[in-house]
Design a protein around this ligand. Sequence first.
Ligand code: ARG
Length: 458
Amino acid sequence: MAKMWAGRTAGVTDSFADELNSSIGVDSRMYRQDITGSIAHAKMLKKQGIIDASDADAIIAGLSGILQDLESGALEIDMASEDIHMFVEEVLTERIGDAGKKLHTARSRNDQVALDVRLYLRDEIESVKGKLKELIQTVTDRAEEYADTIMPGYTHLQRAQPITFGHALMAYAMMFLRDIGRLSDCSERMNESPIGSCAFAGTTYPTDRFYEAELLGFSGPCLNSIDGVSDRDFILELLSDLSILSMHLSRFSEEVILWASWEFKFIELSDEYTTGSSIMPQKKNPDMAELCRGKAGRVYGDLMALLTTMKGLPLAYNKDMQEDKERIFDALDTVSLCLTVFTGMIGTLRALPDNMRRAASAGFINATDLADYLTGRGLPFRTAYKLSGEIVAYCIRESLTLETLPIDRYRQFSPVFDEAVYDAVNLENCVARRTSFGGTSPDSVRCQIAEVKRRLEA
Ligand code: ARG
């Protein structure tokens, strides 16, 4: 069958060329946005007297019927159509006749597709933000539960200072909170309407782009029609935001994988989020965390692919840009599924506080506190630091800890030591004393939790 655009050519294309050219397999998911955009367009054409009111009404009724039938399943999308825009227009013309052929007045598929994608992504961003909120809620609830649970904190993956499990969890809550902020910024910047840019140069028809933009909930029309059809920054920006979000999920996953290992044994994952091995009967593998870590590579790939597609394109629309949707849809699908699974995994994991406490008791993670104690006794910090290091080295040689080193031994290092040193190196005290804003003391962590909850509600 000849294409709708037959005229200049016979509109009959090679079947493999059709396969390469077709995008309906990817863009059919935008049918609702395509119809919503077309209804607004018909309303604008009617208001401006560009088409007869009766034709516009027939178009609007026809489009509403198509939407209803697609939602109910009475109408199926024809995968032989070139794309979703062609499909909807074809069905409309079939159903209402010549009036349907007037819908595409003062419009091009170039501004139409740019519009549809923005409408679609606007909704998707809200959905991802909703999932992020659930994740933050879950992380915050777990942090509240473990606000007093002492574990070793690490730098260079070496035991460094005592923190609480709640404090570590809240660090991730902050990352996800920033992700929400980035998505909101992206959504706001994206919220300009490209429709009415037409092919790229604008139109001779007396259109009202402001009215059409308003009907569709945009802040206004984009300023330059050439940019309107050739801009894909909003997709790249969203892909960047999703890449950063995936990086956060990946880091958290890596941590979960470490914590769940026999080497750490700080947590136990629930059965629902682990798998067994086909050969090793003892295995309980953190596959979901590994996949959330692995999928980050895929989302980065989506970003890189579209950056590369766009980098050499001259103005204005080029068919290369049809590649944009497969990449952003893939990234959105991937991130959405990961967020759902990850939230379940965090919500159901069990911490093993005894193991965390045991790990915190080895490794001299209270050495900073020993130095701080000596500073309190009047030693300059650098001197206190050096002396504490010597005491640690001594304890390692003698298989002792700062908690078990006898007081007379301490006093051989310096006469300023007294029994209070044991309070100073007690891990609960080390944590409780870090009351600085944002610090690890249970009170500070509870402040963080309260503030995150407040921002979530705002
Ligand atoms: N399916 C196309 C896309 O996704 C729609 C735009 C086609 N425009 C054109 N001039 N052929 O980008």
